[in-house]
Design a protein around this ligand. Structure first.
Ligand code: FAD
Ligand code: SIN
Length: 522
């Protein structure tokens, strides 16, 4: 039974930043990072726009804070927002130190992008592949650390908590402690028990719960579902952020993102007929916050019956465009869209989970010795709608806070109690794996049709009833069959869908990214 001091579930920006820090400051401790795909595969890898951080005196912490609170539509935790914004510059220094090449202008100042909801240019970036640059640099640094083991293709199935020790299988509501996780080693097909003194969930988002998403295939909400099963508190799941401008390319999964920074650069949203429309919805036009732009596009599409709207970049300096957005330019070009002459067809797509596992200011969940940070955590920063490019910032700030609390706490933890092995007696190889993919497709259709940008009581209760049936069928598959990542992901996606629907039904006023036509605007 493998045992470790710090178990980290996930190798995106949150998990890797944390692993690097605990490993560096505790050279005598073992850090194990399990990650379900290749070690670099993550939402982080696809981040385009960059990180929102105050880097000069034209800007101010007060203004960044204000923009965050405005985007969050009254539901941000102001204390959290304040410290996240204030700690940004120190975390940026650390990323630079590990080798992230943020772009600078000729004067050596950061080249700052602009995105929706920001009143000024504030987003540090590396071209339009900021996330990839961060992921690469962190992985390289982590690999140099002797006491970190990164295990790709290791799928965390469930957390080990007290109820496993007591053997009655019933999670406790209060006071549970986490002792690690059951992990499926995909190369051997064996489920191992990883015991750990401290466990960090850094498992990212859940965009895959909607078929149409900018998130890669790994984003199946596993961490939220595991924490929910272990009875951790899960908060604000009704706030799903839809990005306004995913490339319209039917059938492509994930949907390729056209960064909001492109609108920050001057691109205009237009109907098929060439009419600009954002000014009708918000005085900030294309740079209104994401919830407003996504809703505006949804409304235009419903009115016109068209399948997409268009981003018009033709009036822009294309040489500069190419230098800032080489990947976007190339992707469009490869599909026959020459940004210089053609408009880019775009639609909204599920993008970011504002809710998640509730944590305190130190990243502690409601389960002892279990921390969470990054997209799977609910810290209170985003409120009802995340300000663009605040999530990479949140991930590095909270990874730092989890690390500081973790190294303090670990000194107080003695030997771990014996933990039972995973029991897979009585399970059989599934006869028809296709049933798993059928249920996943059905779930995604339900979420897309009934739990999208604009919801209603009737749509939500339909979704609730359909999810109940999918849940029952999937539990039967789960109990009877040998586990596979696909089956575990389906089970997790259903749990996440259920939480989104349930918390949507509980919400009694519209705010930010949550819109139910049966409720009044706040
Ligand atoms: P991730 O980076 O998603 O990492 C999660 C890790 O957990 C992965 O390694 C995954 O394989 C692993 N994992 C998941 N489940 C399991 C399991 N069961 N067992 C083992 N491992 C598991 N934010 C910004 O601030 N600025 C941007 O410019 C920006 N652009 C974006 C563009 C795109 C296309 C997307 C999709 C998101 C963007 N975001 C952006 C959001 C941001 O990228 C994410 O919120 C952030 O990277 C999340 O980091 P994370 O470490 O929490 O999760
Ligand atoms: C983008 O580049 O538009 C994505 C930014 C984000 O999700 O914060």
């Amino acid at each position: 039974m493998p045992s470790t001091d710090f178990l980290v579930i996930g190798s995106g920006v949150a998990g890797l930043s944390y692993a690097l820090k605990v490993a560096t400051s505790c050279p005598g401790r073992q850090v194990t990072v399990v990650t379900k795909s290749d070690e670099g595969e993550s939402n982080t890898k696809y981040a385009q726009g960059g990180i929102a951080i105050v880097t000069n005196t034209v800007d101010s912490f007060e203004q960044h804070l204000q923009d965050t609170l405005t985007a969050g539509d009254g539901l941000c935790d102001e204390t959290v927002a304040k410290f996240v914004v204030n700690e940004g510059p120190r975390r940026l220094e650390e990323l630079i130190k590990v080798g992230v090449p943020f772009d600078k202008d000729r004067q050596g100042k950061f080249d700052l992008g602009r995105e929706g909801g920001h009143v000024m240019n504030r987003v540090v970036h590396h071209k339009d592949v900021t996330g990839l640059a961060i992921e690469k640099a962190l992985l390289k640094a982590v690999r140099h650390q002797q006491n970190v083991q990164v295990l790709p293709h290791h799928f965390a199935i469930d957390l080990v908590t007290e109820h496993h020790l007591q053997g009655d299988g019933i999670p406790r509501d209060e006071g549970t402690t986490c002792y690690g996780a059951y992990v499926l080693d995909e190369t051997t097909g064996k489920i191992k028990t990883y015991t750990s003194k401290i466990t960090l969930l850094a498992s990212g988002g859940a965009g895959q719960v909607y078929g149409h998403t900018t998130n890669p295939a790994i984003a199946t909400g596993d961490g939220v579902a595991m924490a929910y099963r272990a009875k951790a508190k899960i908060n604000s799941m009704e706030f799903v952020q839809f990005h306004p401008t995913a490339l319209y390319q039917p059938g492509a999964s994930p949907a390729f993102l056209i960064s909001e920074a492109v609108r920050g650069f001057g691109a205009k949203l237009k109907t098929r007929g060439g009419e600009a429309f954002m000014h009708k919805y918000d005085r900030r036009g294309e740079l209104a916050s994401r919830d407003i732009v996504a809703k505006a596009i949804d409304s235009e599409l419903k009115r016109s019956g068209e399948e997409c709207v268009y981003l018009d970049c033709r009036h822009m300096d294309i040489k500069r465009f190419k230098a800032h957005f080489p990947t976007i330019y190339e992707k469009c070009y490869s599909l026959g869209i020459n940004v210089e002459e053609d408009r880019i067809p775009v639609v909204p797509a599920a993008h970011y989970m504002c809710g998640g596992i509730q944590v305190d200011h130190r990243g502690r969940t409601t389960i002892k010795r279990l921390f969470a940070c990054g997209e799977c955590a609910y810290t209170g920063l985003h409120g009802a709608n995340r300000l663009a490019s605040n999530s990479l910032l949140e991930a590095v700030v909270f990874a730092d806070r989890c690390y500081k609390m973790g190294i303090k706490e670990i000194g107080t933890i003695g030997d771990l109690p014996p933990v039972p092995r995973w029991d897979d007696q009585g399970t059989t190889t599934p006869k028809e794996k296709v049933l798993i993919s059928h249920n996943k497709n059905e779930l995604q259709a339900v979420m897309r049709d009934y739990v999208g940008i604009v919801r209603s009581n009737e749509r939500l209760s339909r979704a609730y009833n359909r999810l109940a049936l999918l849940y029952k069928e999937t539990e039967v598959l789960y109990q009877r069959n040998t586990l596979s990542p696909q089956l575990c992901e389906l089970r997790n996606l259903i749990a996440v869908g259920y939480l989104i629907v349930k918390q949507s039904l509980q919400r009694k006023e519209n705010r930010g990214s949550f819109w139910n036509i049966d409720l009044a605007a706040c």
